[in-house]
Structures are given as C-alpha cells and as structure tokens.
Ligand binder design. Structure first.
Ligand SMILES: [Zn+2]
Length: 90
C-alpha cells in the first residue's frame, strides 16, 4: 500500500475504491484548506476533475491522512475533506 500520484487519464478514469487528494498547492492561507481537498474516489466531484491539478491516490484512508499531514500539513488548515463524500455515516 502506498500513496501514489495519478499520472495518466486512463488511470484516473478507472480508479479503484479509495481516496483521491486534489493538490492545488498554493500559498494563500485562506484558500489552502478549501482548495486542497481529500475525496473518495467515487465522489461526483472527482468525476468532473481532470489532471491539470495534481492528484494523489491511496486505497487506505489512514495512510492517505498520515501522508497529507506529513507532506501538506495540518488537516483543516492546509487541506480538508470534501463535505460531499465525507458526510456523516458515509
Ligand atoms: Zn468529494
């Protein structure tokens, strides 16, 4: 298991169940948490995206969260979870 960067459109369109991080980067502290979003790979927003913004994939949520915390920063400050696909009980 690992966190990988999605590099091809074919790969992006056929992701297995798991988690996708949309990594805008950016320096504006107001925008960071809103722009850099973690989604489930089944999320409707993910289906509308393309690879113009860096995408990371992991099948494992804990592994992804650990990776993001280390590489991107604190949750809800540097990145956040999509409220659409991470709704309660989902
Ligand atoms: Zn989502």
């Amino acid at each position: 298991m690992s966190v990988t960067r999605i590099t091809t459109d074919a790969e992006f369109r056929s992701l297995p169940e798991g988690f996708v991080f949309n990594w805008f980067g950016g320096k504006d502290p107001i925008r960071l948490a809103a722009d850099n979003k973690l989604h489930k790979s089944s999320c409707g927003w993910v289906k509308k995206m393309n690879l113009s913004v860096t995408k990371l994939y992991s099948a494992d949520l804990k592994e992804m969260v650990d990776y993001l915390t280390e590489k991107v920063g604190e949750e809800n400050k540097k990145w956040s979870r999509c409220r659409f696909c991470f709704r309660k009980g989902n």
